[in-house]
Design a binder for this molecule. Structure first.
Ligand SMILES: Nc1ncnc2c1ncn2[C@@H]1O[C@H](COP(=O)(O)OP(=O)(O)OP(=O)(O)O)[C@@H](O)[C@H]1O
Length: 554
């Protein structure tokens, strides 16, 4: 029988889950907008990195305009690029992406609306039509920096809107919605070259990014973007490249590298290279394909054009954008070699990647005691509204615990993670046998099977999606109100990405990790690394019972 300590609370979670609102309403609630205040002094003594310390003229603070007390959130620093805006011709190489100085006086951390961010009118119109009104914090910060041609690493918690943070500046310069006066690489380069390459580690994430592009491009122009994901028909993709001559391609590393090697994807004039979930793209599995992509997409900003492998090819200087909720030091190292003077963009701060100390990863924690010395900001990988619980159960009782957990929390849309594909079918069978609508999602299902299951989950036909690490990154299902780790993830980074499937864009969400007694120390380790409390809990008589000490079940 369950044993829980005193100070036990009984929570009827049904009423505790925020009713889902329309996105526009949610965005009104979220602390998205900030104002700029000039500061005169560097604050090196306190370990704060300032513009002065970077050899620049001033620094600034960001404040939340909508907060009544104008509470100062954070201090941000920007390394200024003093190169001038111009189109340079040298050795037959045309450069369109020359960095402009970042004018901090007008840096729109204060953006109340997308129109303040310097986006072109046609794009603003499309944003309005799709119901996007207020930019999120990370969008307010990243968009102007990217528009000024800086290479960036964008780090912000899951579900905070990082996709639009890079997609909007790209659409400002590429395709039919772009700024009128923007000179494209292709206008002087080869007509068949694509102008933006977006790389994502999974097919699902790739397709999701394509849908975001298509939404903004609208039905008339949606052929401007082409998916090049693995698992889909390659010759059809190649035909579409030939016929539609898309400006933007989004795909997985293997398929992009494959088509590029076959000579059917021309990327030498590419202006933008985006690496979404960059820390995952650094993994060993993608090494060879990523190498090809990095060598063939545009020219690394700042590199010697004569040093490219094919000196006869005109190469455009590319802008490199790296994105993830989790930025271990390996990403910082990669940014330093793949990008030119990259800036680390977080929700309310911009700092130089060069200033991130060696061996110090961007912390996962939102805990004030673990501030990040590189930016003086606690950085967060997890949405702030998430609640984290853990529950002890024997391995043979885990699926039953999952079922009781879903009932106790009255969760409507649940993602349950397990580590091995072969266990998923059995879990689904057990849940269905007890009358709970469930489906499995994993890589072995094939393209059609995967998209059918996802569609059913998104439209509510499936209540519990039982899946593996495949779904941990990027999957955006707004309605998901509960994530359950039926088996623990391998580390805190994997925990953060799994947990981030719920509580997206300011919504409430709950994460429950079901572990065996000897695994409790792992949960404690995650708690420490992530800087968020994990409360022990049990599910009894259809209720969530929360304790303050480790509980046992069954
Ligand atoms: N400004 C906005 N207003 C309303 N909705 C938005 C806004 N920006 C993004 N969204 C929506 O919020 C959801 C989450 O955005 P997105 O998937 O880009 O988050 P993310 O930070 O990339 O998350 P993850 O790290 O998990 O990939 C998406 O459905 C997106 O369409």
């Amino acid at each position: 029988m369950p044993t829980l300590v005193a100070a036990t609370r009984v929570l009827l979670l049904a009423g505790d889950i925020l009713p889902l609102r329309r996105l526009s309403l949610v965005s009104k609630r979220a602390p998205f907008c900030t104002t700029v205040r000039s500061l005169s002094q560097a604050d090196l003594e306190n370990g704060t990195l300032t513009l002065a310390s970077l050899g620049s003229k001033s620094d600034f603070k960001t404040t939340n305009k909508r907060r009544p007390n104008n509470l100062v959130h954070s201090e941000a620093s920007i390394e200024l690029q003093r190169t001038e805006e111009k189109v340079v011709k040298s050795n037959g190489v045309k450069e369109v992406g020359v960095k402009k100085p970042l004018e901090i006086e007008t840096a729109p951390f204060a953006a109340n609306s997308f129109s303040e961010l310097g986006l072109p009118p046609l794009l603003l119109e499309r944003l309005g039509k799709e119901g996007f009104t207020d930019p999120t914090d990370v969008q307010s910060t990243a968009i102007p920096v990217i528009l000024k041609n800086h290479d960036v690493v964008i780090q912000s918690y899951t579900g905070s809107g990082k996709t639009l943070a890079y997609l909007l500046p790209i659409l400002s310069k590429v395709g039919p919605l772009k700024m009128k006066n923007h000179l494209n690489g292709n206008e002087s380069g080869k007509k068949t070259d694509v102008e933006a390459v977006i790389v994502a580690p999974s097919r699902e994430l790739g397709m999701q990014i394509v849908r975001e592009f298509e939404k903004l491009l609208g039905p008339v122009h949606k052929k401007m973007v082409q998916q090049l994901v693995g698992g889909a028909n390659r010759s059809r993709q190649e035909d579409a490249l030939k016929k539609n001559k898309p400006s933007i391609v989004v795909g997985t590393p293997g398929r992009i590298a494959e088509i590029s090697a076959s000579g059917k994807l021309h990327t030498h004039s590419c202006q933008f290279l985006v690496l979404d979930e960059v820390d995952e793209l650094l993994s060993f599995n993608f090494r060879v394909d990523m190498q090809r992509i990095l060598e063939h997409v545009g020219r690394r900003s700042g590199s010697d054009p004569r040093a490219t492998r094919d000196p006869l090819t005109s190469r455009i200087e590319r802008q490199t954008i790296m994105v993830s909720a989790t930025v271990p030091f390996s990403v910082i190292r990669a940014a330093r070699s793949w990008a030119k003077d990259p800036l680390l963009v977080q929700a309310k701060s911009v700092t130089s990647v060069e200033s991130v100390p060696h061996s110090e990863p961007i912390k996962l924690s939102g805990n004030s005691s673990s501030t990040n010395s590189s930016s003086n900001l606690p950085t967060e990988s997890l949405p702030p509204a998430l609640k984290h619980y853990y529950c002890v159960a024997r391995v043979q009782h885990k699926i039953d615990t999952l079922r009781r957990c879903v009932h106790a929390l009255d969760a409507k849309s649940v993602i349950a993670f397990m580590n091995h594909t072969r266990q998923l079918k059995d879990a689904v069978f057990k849940l269905e046998a007890r009358g709970m609508n469930a489906a499995e999602l994993h890589g072995d299902l094939g393209k059609l099977g995967r998209s059918t299951v996802l569609k059913k989950f998104k439209n509510g036909e499936v209540r519990v999606l039982v899946t593996n690490e495949l779904s941990a990154r990027g999957l955006d299902v707004a309605e998901c109100d509960l994530v359950v780790n039926v088996e623990l993830p391998t580390d805190a980074i994997h925990y953060a990405h799994r947990a981030g499937r719920t509580g997206r864009l300011g919504r409430k969400g709950t994460v429950v990790s079901i572990c065996e007694e000897p695994e409790v120390f792992v949960v404690k380790k995650f708690q420490k690394q992530l800087g968020v409390p994990f409360e022990p809990c049990e599910f009894t008589e259809g209720k969530l019972i929360v304790g303050e000490e480790k509980g046992k079940s069954r």
